[in-house]
Write a protein that binds this ligand. Structure first.
Ligand SMILES: [Cu+2]
Length: 462
């Protein structure tokens, strides 16, 4: 199908995203899209990975005898795991069979702006229509995809999936598993509960049903003596997951933007909404059973939670291991010293509103229009959280490094696209606009906060 066919004019339609707030793609969007699509060519020896994604409603079984009316990619929750290699081109044709418009955001990908899947860079894909995303895979890591339209509803109903990009120099472990975490709020009839209300608006929507790969509290297995690489994605709307594997030690290998410099041994790791972590799990002894839990995490919500079970890990009989976890994984050059002078402050705050109760704002404004950023000019931003709640800050299209949190150095250097902002804190980040002009955004990845205005958009310009 041609670009022209996909991009025909929808200007007569009303696009609903966050309430009455409408972002529109620029006039030149069609031409920019065509250029981006045509210029995405694989490196020599690499290929075009073609994927068909159909967004459609199906009955999805989260547990034996428990069926939920879900919105899915290709009839499954999560959507299919999409896999490619660095240097490949990913081409995804999205067909919308939902009763409302959608679009797909490729979370964490350094792609051209017209492929970012937001309402700022493309016309939404109307029911019955298709749209093709095509971009080159530049970075190895664990990414994910999800709609950026009516996202509080579309993600909750099941529209999300993992996207894995492999590099040449990856640690070779015994086996790999992808764990996509989510929670689901069901009503008395066992269906997706209605949306909205003050608690949901304030806390973000959390549910009492915990899913891993679309199943309620499933069991995983690992062979005794083996070490596996787990790629974990937090796809929940608002839930923070302080991931524990029975209290056992595991090694962090990578975060949002791929491998870190050296493995870090921990017995828990925090995944804010939108976060990913790659970990080396094991070895364990035969017969062990470990609880994969989210430990209690207080983020100053109205509704509180204790430790909660996501899954169980059962250790089977022993198998030989050939896993090697190298002591050095890669080198990450620092973008800037922690003393670098910030050139922008992004302040996540709340304001009381007579009409809406609470507004979630950036520098005092809902859906802030921020200053442009020039390609090649290092960005050092102080990202401030003025509130008493945690907020996960997400930047589209570019990885950043955390330079400091309240003046303290982070425990390790990494590339991130999500960082949790603790209450009343300042997180200094650095990032480089490395090209790819166009409309970009940052926002809180608690989807209800994003929808309520905790986002800013800006142009990257030459
Ligand atoms: Cu938030």
């Amino acid at each position: 199908m041609s670009a022209q066919r996909h991009m025909h004019d929808h200007s007569a339609h009303v696009h609903s995203n966050h309430g009455s707030f409408v972002h529109e793609p620029p006039e030149a969007a069609r031409e920019l899209y065509r250029e981006a699509r045509e210029s995405a060519l694989p490196d020599s020896g690499r290929e075009v990975v073609s994927v068909e994604l159909e967004a459609r409603e199906v009955d999805w079984s989260i547990a034996p005898g428990t069926v939920v009316r879900a919105w899915t990619f290709n009839g499954q929750v999560p959507g299919p795991v999409i896999e490619g290699r660095v240097g490949d081109v990913l081409e995804v044709r999205l067909t919308n069979r939902l009763p409302e418009p959608t679009a797909v955001h490729w979370h964490g990908m350094r792609l051209p702006a017209p492929m970012d899947g937001t309402e700022m860079v493309q016309q939404l894909v109307q029911p019955g229509e298709s749209f093709t995303y095509r971009f080159k895979l530049l970075d190895a890591g664990t990414f994910w995809y999800h709609p950026h339209v009516n996202e509080t509803v579309q993600l909750e109903r099941g529209l999300y999936g993992a996207l894995i990009v492999r590099g040449d120099d990856e640690p070779v472990l015994d086996r790999e598993q992808v764990l996509v975490l989510d929670d689901l709020k069901l009503d008395r009839n066992g269906q997706v509960a209605k949306f909205g209300g003050f608690v949901e608006r304030h806390d973000g929507r959390e549910g009492d049903v915990r899913l891993v790969n679309g199943k309620r509290e499933p069991a995983f297995s690992i062979a005794a003596g083996q070490i596996e690489r787990w790629r974990v994605v937090n796809a929940a709307s608002a839930r923070y997951v302080r991931l524990s594997i029975g209290g056992a030690a595991f090694r962090i290998l990578g975060t949002d933007g791929g491998l870190i410099e050296a493995p870090v041994t921990v017995d828990e790791v925090l995944l804010a909404p939108g976060d990913r972590v790659d970990i080396a799990v094991g070895p364990f002894a035969a017969g062990q059973e470990l609880a994969i839990d989210a430990l209690r995490y207080s983020r100053t919500t109205i509704k509180r939670r204790g430790d909660e079970r996501f899954a169980t890990l059962r250790v089977g009989s022993a198998k030989a291991s050939t896993a090697v976890v190298p002591e050095r994984l890669r080198v990450i050059e620092p973008l800037a010293p922690s003393s670098a002078t910030p050139n922008r402050t992004v302040d996540f705050g709340i304001k009381y509103s007579l009409r809406r109760g609470i507004d979630f704002v950036v520098n005092g404004e809902r859906h802030k229009t921020d200053e442009p950023v020039r390609i090649g000019e290092l960005q050092v931003w102080d990202v401030v959280n003025s509130t008493l709640m945690d907020h996960p800050f997400h930047l589209h299209g570019y990885f950043f490094q955390v330079l400091s949190v309240d003046g303290e150095l982070p425990a390790w250097r990494s590339w991130e696209d999500v960082v949790n902002l603790p209450p009343k804190s300042t997180t200094r980040i650095a990032w480089m606009p490395d090209g790819r002009p166009g409309s970009w955004m940052y926002h809180c990845h608690i989807l209800e906060h994003h929808a309520a205005g905790m986002m800013g958009h800006f142009e990257v310009v030459r």
